[in-house]
Design a protein around this ligand. Structure first.
Ligand code: NAD
Ligand code: TYD
Length: 358
C-alpha cells in the first residue's frame, strides 16, 4: 500500500469537536513532522480553548491558526499560498440537525458554498499536481433513514432528510464532481455519530451528561426508539489519518462504531453509569427522563457498514463503548470550567476582543 507524503495540512474547522480531537491525535499519536494549519471561523461551536495545549507547545513550530471563513475565497487563497498547502481535511461545517431545522441558511452557506470555495481554491492552485489530497469529512446522515437489519454501504443512494444532511449531501456531490470532472485528488469519509471530549453540549451525549450532573430534565425526542451508531471520536480521527495516508484517490470510506443504540436505551445507560459513579441507586437519575415532542423529519435509524475501510486500510475501532463513555463522563466531570465558558458566552466576549475577524 502506497503511503502519501503529507507536508502542509490545512485543517478546516479545527477548533470544533472532531477537528480539535484530530489535531490532538496527530501531535499525540503520529510521527508527522510537517505543518498543521488550522482555519476556523470560530462560530458558537468553535472553541480555541480546545487547543490550548497544542497552541502553547507548537504554535509557530508545526501548528498555525488563522481565523477565516471557508466561504471567503480570497482569504482561503491567501492562506493556501502562504503555507503551500498540499493536504486539506475539511471538517468545517454547521453540524447540528436541530439548528438546521430552525435556520438552514448558515448550513447552505458553510456546508455547500464553503466546500465549493475550498474546491475552487484547490483546483486553481494545485492545477495538475498529483502529490496532493483533499479529504472531505461527511456523515452517514446523507443516506437517510434505514430499516432494521439493513446497512449503509459506500454505494447506497443518498436520501437526506434534514437541511443539515441535505447540505452535507450537496457538498459530497460537489466533491465527487470535482474528482470526476477536474481530476482533483479527493477522498471522502461518511461517519456515524461521534462522542468524546470537547463535544458541544447541544448533542445528545454531552447534553444528557450535563443535565444528569445538574439533575435537570433529560429531553428524549418522540418515543426514544430512534437508533444511532456511536463511535469514540479518537477512533474516527485514526480512520481519517489512515485515509489521508493510504486512502485510494476518488474513493469513499464509511466509518462506524458497529454499536447501535436506541436513544432511550442509551439515556438509561448514562443514568445508570453516573448513578453508579456517584454511589447512588442505579435508577436514581431515570426520573429525570422526559419524552418531548419529536424532531420534524427525525430519521428513525442510521446503521453503517464499515467493512471496506477495515479490509482495505486495516482500520479497527479500538475503544469499546463502555470505555469510551467512561472517558467521556470523566472528561466532562473534570472540565466544568470549559462547560461553563462554552455555555455562558463568556468565551465569545473574549474572542471578539482578541480575535477580530479580518
Ligand atoms: P462542530 O460543530 O463541533 O465544529 C465545526 C467547526 O467548524 C467549528 O469549529 C466552527 O467554528 C467551524 N466553522 C463553522 N462554519 C465555518 C466557516 N464558514 N468557516 C470556517 N470554519 C467554520 O462539528 P463536529 O461535530 O466537529 O463535525 C465536524 C465535521 O464532521 C462536520 O463536517 C460534520 O458534518 C462531520 N461529522 C460529524 C459527526 C458528529 O457526530 N459530530 C459525525 C459525522 C460527520
Ligand atoms: P444528535 O446528537 O443531535 O445527533 P444527530 O441528530 O445528528 O444524530 O441526536 C442524536 C439522537 O438523539 C437523535 O435521534 C435525536 C436524539 N436527541 C434527543 O432525543 N434529545 C435531545 O435533546 C437531542 C439533542 C437529541
Amino acid at each position: 500500500m502506497m503511503k502519501r507524503k503529507l507536508k502542509n495540512i490545512l485543517v478546516t474547522g479545527g477548533a470544533g469537536f472532531i477537528g480539535s480531537n484530530f489535531i490532538h491525535y496527530i501531535f499525540k499519536n503520529t510521527s508527522f513532522c510537517g505543518k498543521i494549519i488550522n482555519i476556523d471561523k470560530l462560530t458558537y461551536a468553535g472553541n480555541l480553548e480546545n487547543l490550548n495545549e497544542i497552541n502553547r507547545r507548537y504554535s509557530g513550530k508545526g501548528y498555525f491558526f488563522e481565523r477565516a471563513d471557508i466561504c471567503d475565497f480570497n482569504e482561503i487563497k491567501r492562506i493556501f499560498q502562504k503555507y503551500d498547502i498540499d493536504t486539506i481535511v475539511n471538517f468545517a461545517a454547521e453540524s447540528h440537525v436541530d439548528r438546521s431545522i430552525f435556520g438552514p441558511r448558515d448550513f447552505v452557506l458553510t456546508n455547500i458554498i464553503g466546500t465549493f470555495t475550498l474546491l475552487e481554491v484547490a483546483r486553481e492552485n494545485w492545477k495538475d499536481r498529483e502529490d496532493v489530497i483533499f479529504h472531505h469529512i461527511s456523515t452517514d446522515e446523507v443516506y437517510g433513514s434505514i430499516e432494521d437489519g439493513a446497512y449503509f454501504y459506500e454505494d447506497t443512494a443518498y436520501k437526506p432528510n434534514s437541511p443539515y444532511s441535505a447540505s452535507k449531501a450537496s457538498s459530497d456531490h460537489l466533491v465527487r464532481a470535482y474528482h470526476k470532472t477536474y481530476g482533483l485528488p479527493l477522498t471522502v469519509s461518511n461517519c456515524s455519530n461521534n462522542y468524546g471530549p470537547y463535544q458541544f453540549p447541544e448533542k445528545l451525549i454531552p447534553l444528557m451528561l450535563l443535565n444528569i450532573f445538574e439533575e435537570k430534565t433529560l429531553p428524549v425526542y418522540g418515543d426514544g426508539k430512534n437508533v444511532r451508531d456511536w463511535l469514540y471520536v479518537e477512533d474516527h480521527c485514526r480512520a481519517i489519518w489512515e485515509i489521508l495516508n493510504k486512502g485510494k484517490e476518488g474513493e469513499t470510506y464509511n466509518i462506524g462504531g458497529e454499536n447501535e443504540w436506541e436513544n432511550i436505551e442509551l439515556v438509561n445507560f448514562l443514568c445508570e453509569k453516573i448513578g453508579q459513579l456517584q454511589g447512588k441507586d442505579k435508577d436514581y437519575y431515570k426520573k429525570l427522563i422526559t419524552f418531548v415532542k419529536d424532531r420534524p423529519g427525525h430519521d428513525r435509524r442510521y446503521a453503517i457498514n464499515c467493512d471496506k475501510i477495515k479490509r482495505e486500510l486495516r482500520w479497527r475501532q479500538i475503544f469499546d463503548f463502555e470505555e469510551g463513555l467512561d472517558m467521556t463522563i470523566r472528561w466532562y466531570m473534570n472540565h466544568q470550567d470549559w462547560v461553563d465558558r462554552v455555555r455562558s458566552g463568556e468565551y465569545r466576549k473574549w474572542l471578539e476582543k482578541n480575535y477580530k475577524a479580518r
